[in-house]
Design a protein around this ligand. Structure first.
Ligand SMILES: [Zn+2]
Length: 350
């Protein structure tokens, strides 16, 4: 039985359905496009996945985190919804655990292959392997330079292996999704649209025939995607990458049905793109104002996130704080200096 939903009212988006599928069930949201939900062990407690009819088979889009309860929900879907039909493709939007987690398991089980962008596949393989000492040293340097004290640095070791614990080994080979190229599913063309900033090369899929965009985490209706700086790219500017990639979606029709990975399917893409583009304005202004004296990444973290943060939240929060600082640095609004203790500080350029 579908579960009723009453999303919070929004001035920008219109939620397309007032029900959502129960665990182990599906709900058809467009011809041949089915919505299913899988549990997540975080504050954000679910992910939306998609099943696309493909002739006599099915295409799976995103896979859920690697946990027994998610595998069990998949078993129910296989038995009661797929009816023994083959899976023709497993498509993954990006490398994050809730999307990539069970890709290897699904591919092996159905004797099919993985389709995602090259960067997302490569990064998933890399992130599972990041247990070596050189990686640990590089991560410790990165967080020390952001202003972490000894207590906070201990969290770096506690996080070791966290990706591998949530993601089974992705296949050793990939079918590459390329921005602007199309994937044919059930005789329909789904165009790959790559977004950046949230992950290296996030694949969205747009079907003009159906007027449907599978937006992954790139465009979400209620929460905004996490945009963080990570130690693998210490001088990166992910917020610039994110803001630069949003306009690519503005050319899609206004009535596009957007299928996001969290919250609920919606219409109102253009208004939501505007909202997401300006979502960071207030925090950027607060960050800039705070840099009236030299500030570390941790200083900005304490300013932007006043609540108590657990280990998991701490790394996302410092990543977001650094993303804001680096964006301002890229715009020439703050200057980066290195203190004698090696920690980077940022100061407003007046
Ligand atoms: Zn994500």
């Amino acid at each position: 039985m579908p579960v009723p939903v009453s999303p919070p009212p929004s001035a920008t988006v219109t939620y397309a359905f007032d029900v959502m599928p129960a665990l182990g069930e599906t709900l058809e949201v467009a011809p041949g496009v089915f919505w299913l939900r899988m549990p997540l062990p975080f504050a954000l407690d679910h992910i939306n996945l998609w099943l696309l009819r493909d002739g006599d088979g099915w295409v799976i889009v995103d896979t859920g985190i690697a946990r027994d309860e998610v595998k069990a929900a998949w078993e129910t879907i296989f038995a009661e919804r797929l009816g023994g039909d083959p899976v023709t493709k497993v498509i993954v939007t990006h490398f994050h655990p809730d999307h990539m987690g069970l890709a290897g398991w699904l591919v092996e089980r159905f004797g099919t292959a993985l389709w995602t962008t090259f960067s997302e596949w490569a990064f998933a393989r890399l992130a599972r392997a990041q247990q070596s000492d050189d990686v640990r040293d590089s991560f410790l340097d990165f967080y020390r330079q952001a202003g972490f004290d000894a207590d906070m640095l201990a969290g770096v070791d506690r996080r070791r292996g966290h990706y591998a614990a949530r993601v089974l080994a992705p296949p050793a080979a990939v079918n590459r999704l390329v921005d602007g190229h199309a994937v044919e599913i059930d005789g329909r063309s789904w165009q790959v649209m790559v977004g950046t900033g949230h992950s290296p090369e996030h694949a969205c899929l747009y079907c003009a025939d159906l007027g449907v965009l599978i937006s992954g985490d790139q465009i979400l209706p209620k929460i905004s995607p996490n945009i963080s700086l990570w130690p693998q790219e210490p001088l990166g500017d992910p917020l610039r990458l994110y803001l630069e990639s949003l306009p690519r979606f503005a050319g899609l029709p206004a009535d596009t049905l957007v299928l996001p990975s969290h919250n609920w399917p919606f219409r109102g893409l253009h208004g939501r793109l505007d909202e997401l583009a300006h979502h960071h304005d207030a925090r950027l202004a607060e960050t800039l104002a705070a840099c009236d004296a030299p500030r570390t990444g941790v200083d900005i973290l304490r300013r932007l996130f006043r609540r108590q943060l657990d280990d998991h939240q701490l790394f996302f929060a410092v990543g977001e704080s650094l993303a804001h600082l680096h964006f301002l640095e890229g715009q020439g609004k703050v200057r980066r200096d290195r203190r004698d203790d090696g920690v980077f500080v940022f100061t407003r350029v007046s």
